[in-house]
Design a protein around this ligand. Structure first.
Ligand code: GYE
Length: 329
């Protein structure tokens, strides 16, 4: 161990990463990463820090890279596709072993991903998909089925209003425009509720997946819509912002306006347990451990499945009360 350590330090590496490399140990001999360093280098481009989900996802990726002994180069795109494209190009120049990223939007990736492919650097999509039909541009996509999440939200609503005939006016807070979870959560939900004409989406706008925008857009909905029965927010944060707007307007969230959200982060689950949200569709941000496994396999040239689906559930207020204390994020 001492010898490896001194070689690594002589190679100009940070002491901390050299120690982590010795601790990780299981990648020794993989032959990757030049200059006598046998650690895998992973370049990861994150969307930003827009929500509680994203914060938990970043933590999961950073912690699991450290415990897997993977050298993580982490880059925050601050919500901009151009920053992600720059980050990916930097990773290519640095000749990282594997690139992973969570695409801000679905389209516009073919050029940069072809560059990665030509450079022989494998790419893994995490959390969000892209709409490019050329699946040879990436090795796998790990994450949730967002259409299914939207459907689960719609299914709950259909059951909740079963047997009733009065119109149900719905307002929708969409995620960031062009993002897979915004597109898919909208279409999955719409697909389910269209079967019954009493459901009407009377207003639908982006709240950028943030609390601030969720609150601001809900304020305008409350002013412009004479009757709102249901709010469907594409994530907890926008729902939590909207709750503030609803309370400020003198209405009771969860009672006067029923609220459905997606994610199930701790703050969302707390509001659910208090009855301010009525139903949450879970979307797990804890993708780190599985991602690191896939990175190691891809780096070893092993075949991996083209799609790795995250398992998730849904929560009612009663269920939220039961699991809240043990919720990790
Ligand atoms: O639901 C939202 C976040 O891509 C699944 O992005 C993710 C979504 C998540 O900002 O809170």
């Amino acid at each position: 161990m001492l010898r490896r350590l001194s070689i690594a330090v002589a190679g100009g590496l940070l002491l901390a990463s050299a120690v982590a490399g010795c601790g990780g140990g299981d990648d020794a001999g993989s032959g990757n990463g030049g200059g006598g360093d046998d650690k895998i280098t992973l370049g990861f481009s994150q969307v930003g820090a827009e929500s509680g989900w994203r914060t938990a996802n970043t933590k999961s990726i950073q912690e699991s890279a450290a415990s897997a002994g993977i050298d993580l180069k982490f880059s925050d795109a601050q919500g901009k596709q151009e920053n992600q494209i720059k980050a990916i190009r930097n990773f290519i120049t640095q000749r990282v072993d594997v690139i992973a990223f969570s695409p801000v939007v679905e389209s516009g990736w073919s050029t940069v991903l072809k560059e990665a492919k030509d450079a022989g650097i494998p790419v893994i999509l995490t959390d969000r998909a892209i709409d490019d039909p050329d699946t040879s541009l990436y090795k796998t996509f790990i994450g949730s089925d967002f259409v299914e999440e939207g459907k689960k939200a719609g299914d709950w609503l259909v059951k909740e209003y079963n047997g009733k005939t009065d119109p149900v006016n719905i307002v929708e807070l969409q995620g960031t425009p062009g993002a897979a979870p915004a597109n898919d959560r909208k279409s999955g939900f719409a697909d389910v509720i269209k079967a019954d004409t009493k459901f009407k989406v009377v207003a639908s706008q982006t709240g950028q997946f943030t609390r601030t925008d969720g609150k601001a857009v809900m304020e305008t909905f409350l002013k412009s819509q004479p009757k709102i029965d249901v709010l469907y927010a594409h994530n907890d944060d926008m729902g939590l912002g909207a709750i503030e707007a609803i309370e400020a307007a003198g209405k009771k969230p969860g009672t006067d306006i029923k609220i459905i959200t997606v994610d199930a982060v701790k703050d969302g689950m707390t509001a659910l347990s208090e009855g301010k949200i009525n139903f949450i569709v879970e979307c797990s941000p804890l993708l780190g451990p599985q991602l690191m496994d896939l990175v190691k396999k891809v780096n070893n040239g092993e075949t991996i499945p083209q799609r790795v689906l995250t398992e998730e559930t849904t929560f009612t207020p009663e269920q939220a009360k039961e699991v809240l204390a043990d919720r990790k994020y």
